[in-house]
Design a protein around this ligand. Structure first.
Ligand SMILES: [Cu+2]
Length: 120
């Protein structure tokens, strides 16, 4: 009986750890360091989740799902110009503060391809 109770407790504890590990991603507001994110570009906006990141090095898989060419600039790093359907992975080290992400194709930032990410 005691052994069975221990097993139940261990299972509960494991479940709680799993939930704690998933929570930041599920909430979409924060992130661990060294995490990988997907950025989807359409005409003319970015879909990035989460928009709050921890300081550290992060990997972004940038995919152009629009009909126009786009790029993705975050801080000082930038992808090449991606044609529709193309993708590129970039690694960026972010410090505390706010970082602007934008598409540098003329006119696109003004059309909506500009966001701010909070790093803290
Ligand atoms: Cu663009």
């Amino acid at each position: 009986m005691v052994r069975r109770r221990l097993f139940v407790l261990a299972t509960l504890a494991a479940g709680l750890v799993a939930i704690a590990a998933l929570a930041p991603a599920a909430l979409g507001t924060s992130s661990a360091s060294n995490a990988k994110y997907t950025v989807t570009m359409t005409d003319f906006k970015f879909k990035i989740s989460p928009t709050r990141l921890r300081p550290g090095t992060h990997t972004f898989l940038v995919i152009n799902r629009g009909h126009a060419t786009h790029d993705f600039k975050i801080g000082t790093k930038k992808t090449r110009i991606l044609n529709p359907g193309q993708r590129q992975t970039i690694k960026v080290t972010l410090k505390k503060g706010r970082v602007t992400v934008l598409c540098t194709v003329p006119g696109h930032a003004a059309l909506g391809m500009r966001n701010r990410i909070v790093v803290r």
